[in-house]
Design a protein around this ligand. Structure first.
Ligand SMILES: Nc1ncnc2c1ncn2[C@@H]1O[C@H](COP(=O)(O)OP(=O)(O)OP(=O)(O)O)[C@@H](O)[C@H]1O
Ligand SMILES: [Mg+2]
Length: 230
């Protein structure tokens, strides 16, 4: 469904990705793990057009999408929950959600469904997005991406800065997304969470894939070797 082949990425002269081969099948949850600076966010940004990539290095439903404008990629069905949530501070929760609907595609997600998924957002729907707790803001960020009815949802560090119980609450939404036919990529620093919620995982190390495996089959030793390179 979504794949990269030999994907390289650069910031000016500095190379961040050195030939990433990645595949994603419909309905899968795939995790990307790796240390700080390994290239996880850069990888997601290449999938969404925020970092330039050669057209055919990123393929979605058989077509090259590398380097297309981000809005075009959203309209084709690739949605992203960015690192750090990035809510609009002057907008209410509901207005933030509606921003996501500007690239709206046909599909099951609408305000009512988002509020079913995260009931606390309905209670807070008139509050400024930034007046919420970190976990609630993350729910808004997820809901905003869902409002566009993506086929693939890319999530960058959903758990960053959140308490373990809140992380669990966020990740409880995942099975409900996949039941709706959503395909999901999660970037996650917490290896245990990543293994628990995904079917397959990729570990990145210094811009390269150091491990690609079924999540239940990798050992702790394999992961730490792939993670730290020791
Ligand atoms: N805007 C940028 N300009 C220049 N270099 C960048 C930029 N963003 C990232 N990099 C560099 O690219 C490399 C990969 O960074 P990236 O943010 O993709 O890593 P990451 O795996 O997401 O890390 P983290 O876990 O800290 O979020 C790093 O060496 C980083 O310093
Ligand atoms: Mg990152």
């Amino acid at each position: 469904m979504l794949a990269t082949q030999g994907l390289q990425a650069f910031y000016g002269d500095a190379q961040a990705l050195f030939g990433i081969d990645f595949t994603l099948a419909p309905g899968e949850v795939v995790a990307v793990i790796g240390a700080n600076g390994a290239g996880k966010s850069t990888f997601l940004k290449c999938l969404t057009g925020l970092v330039k990539a050669p057209r055919d290095a990123v393929r979605f439903r058989g077509e090259g999408i590398g380097g297309l404008p981000p809005g075009e990629i959203v309209r084709r069905g690739v949605g992203m929950v960015p690192e750090g949530r990035r809510l609009f501070p002057s907008l209410s929760v509901e207005e933030n959600l509606l921003v996501g609907a500007s690239a709206r595609r046909p599909g099951p997600w609408n305000l009512r469904r988002i509020y079913q998924l995260f009931p606390v957002l309905q209670e807070k729907r008139r509050n400024p997005g930034t007046a919420l707790s970190g976990g609630q803001q993350q729910m808004v960020a997820i809901g905003r991406a869902l409002m566009a009815n993506p086929e693939v949802l890319l999530c960058d560090e959903l758990s960053l800065g959140l308490a373990p119980i809140v992380i669990q609450e966020i990740y409880r939404a995942l099975p409900r997304l996949t039941q709706e036919g959503m395909t999901v990529v999660i970037v996650e620093q917490d290896v245990q969470t990543a293994q628990r919620v995904s079917q397959r995982l990729y570990c990145f190390q210094e811009g390269r894939v150091s491990l690609a495996a079924a999540s239940t089959q990798v050992t702790r030793e394999q992961v730490s070797r792939a993670y730290f390179g020791v």
